[in-house]
Ligand binder design. Structure first.
Ligand SMILES: Cc1cc2nc3c(=O)[nH]c(=O)nc-3n(C[C@H](O)[C@H](O)[C@H](O)COP(=O)(O)OP(=O)(O)OC[C@H]3O[C@@H](n4cnc5c(N)ncnc54)[C@H](O)[C@@H]3O)c2cc1C
Ligand code: SF4
Ligand code: SF4
Length: 647
């Protein structure tokens, strides 16, 4: 294989053709390294998306380049169907996913990343507003699968397994589906009407749902094993970790963040506490502090004797929204410096603006208790992080007064009634293909493996659904590709548009090349399951600087936050979504710019006949005319053309 780098630059600085040994550079033994091959690689945005979205694919639709094969279908609907090949929650993702895809986007090397997350929200909202449904379930396979947990991992797995035609039953301990999207993240970030639509689409595919049913308590694992062909454990991490400091254990007004948000999301958080200290630094701690600021505290309300109330000193359920509230002082502390906190930067900035006092590089030492054993403050000191361990700075101790202290320092699984499933850290161990270690028929995914993001849990659900289908077939699970995403597939694209390849018939003679064959796609190679296209492979000079479309946001200042549960993000307009589609550089895939056709001095590159064209099959090369000058590869902006693979 020729390892000389031929991309968009022919010559090293100062080099001329006389410096070249053509034999060495172009012709080697009996292999010609001269002709272009169209090499499909994965774009780094998709490579960085844990749910494995074909982002480049749906941005090509937004741009208007890839048109739906369905006559009259709106581009938004086409894009929605492309999105749900990887992730059935685009409206939710578009709001709260911290978008690792954008950090990975090659456009960062030109000006600024593409607004991927905002386009996802726009398309997800459009689909919700226009009643777009998911495709029907696949033909019945006769297999029955139990999914334990109706959060994003469980719901995604249920959706993909219905696509495969299995009968799916979701067991959910809570009264509603959604997991942390409903009982953790507050409604001003994942609006409940939006959530109901995205979840409803999945259950409409014929998923059986058993609510208020906790496996291990209401249903035994043995009965599930008897009744179902496979079990997918998507329990999430429902238990908050306690603060490992003196005075915490058993103190009534020291609680964890999951408990606090769960109570709030079930309508029970209206407290008398006026000063809250939240210990954390991640998403959960920001949500806790921000919700506390919104709730404020209740004045002049007598304590009720409701069973759920006394846990956290919350006095009443404010169903009618009539209780008088006054502001709540919220302090959030983090071991790490503020800029290194794990919570998304914009969430942190919103919290600060809304009046949360964030203190970075501080560590809790002891809960200060009064004579009745209630917490009245938290003793802390400044610290430096040595790796992941804090080191106290002597002589920097201070006390923050508190009526309630909330720890949001991590979570683990709840294994009530199913203890032999969890490891000593409170999670489930798996083997390849999301199979529970050492247990046939059992699979697991989402936060119960390791708490992370919604998109990660959904990615686990997608891949686990595929491996479960694979397992049901013959009890084995095939090795998964290195880049395990919902990738563009040229053969499927050709089939969808009525350009199926003809079957290969071996005539007993040697077949030389594929340029006139109809059983193969000539000079095309799919390397998307193993290679990501780097920005250095692009001809970036092709792309002028264009500012990113920024989503508008409602900024809530200081005490205006009290009682404000409105959404803060304002979705793109159609025009903005299309503009971002145009900013996408289509890394690793032809985007029909015509550069190769225009610049080829031999007229060896031509457009595929209009009726035969599809995405990824826009140009072809006549190898009998090609002289291996490399100009097409040099001028290809997307890194789709590679020299030296043609035979
Ligand atoms: C406060 C908070 C804020 C977050 N913010 C973000 C964010 O902004 N962006 C982001 O991407 N991620 C965020 N996350 C992380 C994200 O919510 C999780 O990664 C994701 O929800 C995990 O999905 P899951 O399906 O694995 O688990 P969960 O969402 O926890 O769902 C698990 C479900 O299983 C059910 N269950 C558990 N045990 C049983 C049982 N024995 N029987 C039946 N049902 C059971 C539970 O009731 C629950 O409904 C946040 C998490 C929290 C807690
Ligand atoms: S789910 Fe998250 S990482 Fe994936 S495309 Fe959407 S915003 Fe990007
Ligand atoms: S420019 Fe487009 S294809 Fe390339 S990484 Fe960014 S979003 Fe993905």
């Amino acid at each position: 294989m020729n390892d000389n780098k031929h991309t968009f630059k022919r010559y090293e600085e100062g080099e001329t053709p006389n410096d070249w040994d053509l034999e060495d550079k172009i012709f080697q033994q009996d292999t010609s390294y001269k002709c272009p091959t169209y090499v499909h690689k994965t774009a780094p945005c998709s490579g960085s998306c844990p749910s494995g979205h074909d982002i480049r694919g749906w941005l090509a639709i937004a741009r208007g380049m890839d048109k739906s094969p369905v006559e009259g279908q709106a581009w938004q609907e086409y894009a929605f169907h492309k999105m749900v090949e990887a992730n059935p929650f685009p409206a939710s993702m578009g709001r709260v996913c911290p978008a690792p895809c954008e950090s990975g986007c090659n456009r960062n090397e030109v000006d600024d990343y593409v607004g991927i997350n905002a386009v996802e929200q726009y398309v997800g909202d459009w689909a919700n507003e226009n009643g777009v449904k998911l495709a029907e379930a696949g033909a019945d396979t006769g297999y029955k699968i139990a999914v334990i947990g109706g959060g994003p991992a469980g719901l995604a797995a249920a959706y993909f397994m219905r696509q495969d035609g299995h009968a799916v039953t979701v067991f959910e301990a809570n009264a509603k589906l959604g997991g942390m999207m409903r009982y953790g993240i507050p409604g001003y970030r994942t609006p409940r009407d939006m959530l109901d639509i995205e979840i409803g689409r999945i259950t409409d595919m014929g998923v059986q749902v058993k609510l208020n049913t906790k496996v291990g308590v209401d249903v035994s694992v043995a009965s599930l094993e008897d009744e179902y062909d496979a079990i997918f454990w998507a329990l999430g991490a429902q238990k908050g970790r306690p603060l490992p400091i003196k005075g915490w254990e058993g103190t009534e007004n020291c609680i964890d963040g999951v408990e606090f948000l769960d109570a709030f999301n079930k309508g029970w958080v209206v407290g008398t506490a006026q000063k809250v200290v939240v210990v954390g630094g991640g998403d959960t701690s920001i949500d806790v502090a921000s919700v506390a600021r919104r709730l404020g505290h209740v004045t002049n309300v007598a304590k009720t004797d409701h069973a759920g109330g006394e846990v956290i000193d919350f006095t009443a359920q404010d169903a009618a929204g009539v209780l008088t509230r006054e502001g709540m002082q919220a302090t959030l502390t983090s071991l790490f410096p503020i800029e290194q906190m794990t919570a998304a930067e914009h969430e942190r900035e919103d919290a600060k603006r809304e009046g949360v006092d964030i203190k970075g590089s501080v560590m809790p030492l002891e809960v200060i208790l009064n004579a009745e054993g209630r917490a009245t403050g938290l003793r802390m000191c400044e610290c430096v992080m040595k790796g992941n361990a804090p080191e106290a700075i002597e002589g920097t101790e201070f006390v923050i007064e508190a009526d309630i202290i909330i720890a949001a320092i991590g979570q683990a699984g709840d294994f009530e009634g199913i203890d032999n499933l969890g490891n000593e850290r409170g999670f489930i161990d798996i083997e390849a293909g999301y199979k529970v270690k050492g247990k046939d028929k059992h699979f697991a995914g989402g936060d119960i493996l390791k708490p992370h993001l919604l998109t990660t849990a959904i990615g686990h659900g997608r891949v686990a659904a595929e491996t479960i289908t694979d397992y049901l077939d013959d009890g084995n699970i095939a090795k998964r590709p290195k880049i395990d995403i919902a990738s563009f597939n040229l053969l499927e694209e050709l089939n969808e548009r009525g350009h199926e390849l003809s079957p290969y018939e071996h005539m007993g003679e040697e077949t030389r090349g594929t340029d006139s064959a109809t059983y193969a796609v000539h000079n095309y190679e799919d390397r998307s399951d193993g290679q990501i296209v780097k920005h250095t492979e692009l001809y970036k000079g092709h792309f002028p600087y264009v500012a990113r479309e920024i989503r508008d946001e409602v900024h809530i200042e200081g005490d205006n936050v009290l009682g404000n549960f409105e959404e803060r993000i304002i979705a793109y307009s159609e025009e903005q979504a299309q503009k971002e589609g145009e900013r996408c550089m289509s890394c690793g895939m032809c985007f029909e710019c015509d550069n190769c056709v225009i610049y080829c001095p031999q007229d060896a590159v031509s457009r595929v006949k209009k009726n035969d064209r599809t995405l990824g099959r826009y140009v072809e090369t006549d190898y009998s005319k090609c002289i291996g000058c490399h100009i097409c590869a040099d001028v290809c902006p997307t890194g789709y053309i590679q020299m030296g693979l043609g035979g």
